[in-house]
Design a protein. Structure first.
Length: 319
């Protein structure tokens, strides 16, 4: 049997109030691998060796950790303004709240400007490192378009960062990230505030101008690629995207999920619940399993590929 191609997955975190470990996305990765294995075992793949279809070989993950770019200056800001190390600031309720606000709002303020902003460039450099690692590991996995298949998962502000990076590399002309030897198949947003950017440069605009405010998103693979927006309805920071004209025309799929635990699933705490959400992992594992089968089994691609994608899309629309 012919050699198989692995699928690449890049994960980009969002805003935060303290540095995180590079293993922050491990619960999501484990959930995706489990869902992938469940689904791939049910697919008819007569021309693929069973061991090649296991997630350990079929999926390759890389996480981006851009926290230090913004965390260090935020700590310095608090020290300069209030003259206390952050451990002492934590002793008061006001100090803890201030640190939370600086961490959450500060990330957005520091990043949002223009490509010449040093923070913007430094964060994008971390994204580039992650993609370079996947590209190097994927040498020889390129398809007809020349790039190895890539899925990007961005949480919160990370969804904006990932989208900006792809746009800066491709300018909406192609789904291929030639600098990294990768081709963008799926763009997945978790708890994304992307729709809020319809407010930018929209002074006094009404509903129609809001619907038309965002430009066309970055391109994905036209052959089975998905723009997927997963959000918890209780997550006040997350927004649907289908009501925005450019994203509806691009085929974005809005899909509500239930993130968080019994303690956080009904409030803003759900915003951090996507990493361990079984529903999110099941959706992504299912899509990646179909993608892998279409890429590696000509028989599956010819007989079942389109139907499998349609069935999964219909299932998401019923949620």
């Amino acid at each position: 049997m012919a050699a198989t191609r692995s699928l690449n997955v890049l994960i980009v975190h969002g805003i935060g109030t303290r540095p995180r470990l590079r293993t922050y996305a491990r619960p999501l990765e484990i959930g995706i691998r489990r869902a992938f294995d469940r689904v791939i075992n049910r697919l008819p793949l007569p021309d693929v060796a069973p061991e090649a279809a296991r997630s350990g070989q079929a999926l390759r993950f890389e996480t981006v950790c851009w926290d230090p770019v913004t965390q260090t200056p935020q700590d310095a800001l608090l020290l300069v303004l209030f003259g206390k190390p952050w451990l002492l600031q934590q002793l008061s309720l006001t100090g803890r709240l201030r640190r939370q606000i600086v961490g959450l709002v500060g990330d957005v303020i520091a990043y949002e400007a223009e490509p010449n902003n040093p923070v913007y460039r430094a964060i994008h450099a971390e994204v580039a490192r992650g993609l370079d690692a996947l590209g190097a590991a994927s040498a020889g996995d390129g398809g007809a378009d020349g790039g190895a298949p890539l899925t990007i998962i961005g949480h919160s502000l990370g969804s904006v960062i990932a989208s900006d990076y792809v746009w800066d590399q491709t300018h909406g002309q192609t789904h291929c990230l030639d600098a990294h030897g990768l081709a963008l198949v799926n763009m997945v947003l978790l708890g994304s505030p992307m729709a809020l950017y319809a407010l930018r440069r929209n002074a006094g605009g009404g509903p129609e101008s809001i619907r038309e405010s965002l430009s066309a998103p970055a391109l994905i693979d036209p052959d089975g690629g998905w723009w997927l927006n997963l959000f918890d309805r209780q997550d006040a920071l997350a927004c649907p995207l289908e009501p925005v004209d450019a994203y509806r025309r691009a085929g974005v799929i809005d899909c509500p999920v239930r993130a968080g635990s019994w303690l956080t699933g009904w409030n803003l705490g759900s915003h951090t619940g996507y990493w361990a959400c079984r529903g999110v992992a099941t959706i992504l594992g299912s899509k990646l399993a179909i993608d892998w089968a279409r890429a590696n089994s000509p028989r599956f691609a010819e007989r079942y590929g389109a139907r499998a994608l349609d069935a999964l899309r219909a299932q998401l629309k019923r949620r």
